[in-house]
Design a protein around this ligand. Structure first.
Ligand code: SF4
Ligand code: SF4
Length: 113
């Protein structure tokens, strides 16, 4: 809608049609739970590393879906694998296992560059 006064700034616009979802689809094939996240934020609220490193399972999953791989890999490096997020997830997602799978898939991919 032209002239209405609202538009996305280019820096925050994400064209999902052009995002390469190959790795995210592979993650969901191995860990279908990744698709069950409803972004409630309970994991981030209880995360041991959140205040220290900004780690957030919710943001990691959303960023991977949006093709922001570097940010996710950097964020996940702050995870201490304590498992608190797994205990509070209302969707019963084994977030710790999802994190480990993300590390395995995406860090391997980063290493190829
Ligand atoms: S607690 Fe579970 S459902 Fe909520 S944002 Fe975290 S992973 Fe997603
Ligand atoms: S396992 Fe990682 S993401 Fe989950 S609460 Fe612990 S430090 Fe945070």
């Amino acid at each position: 809608m032209d002239g209405f006064g609202f538009r996305l700034s280019p820096s925050s616009a994400i064209n999902l049609d052009t995002v390469d979802r190959k790795l995210f689809d592979e993650l969901c094939r191995i860990e279908p739970d990744a698709l069950r996240c409803m972004a409630c934020g309970s994991c981030s609220a209880t995360c041991t590393a959140s205040s220290l490193s900004g780690m957030s399972v919710r943001k990691v999953i959303l960023n991977l879906q949006r093709g922001k791989i570097e940010q996710s890999v950097e964020m996940i490096s702050g995870c201490m694998l304590c498992g608190k997020c797994t205990m509070v997830c209302p969707r019963g997602i084994n977030t710790r296992r999802v994190i480990l799978t993300i590390c395995r898939l995406y860090k391997k991919e980063e290493g190829k560059k």
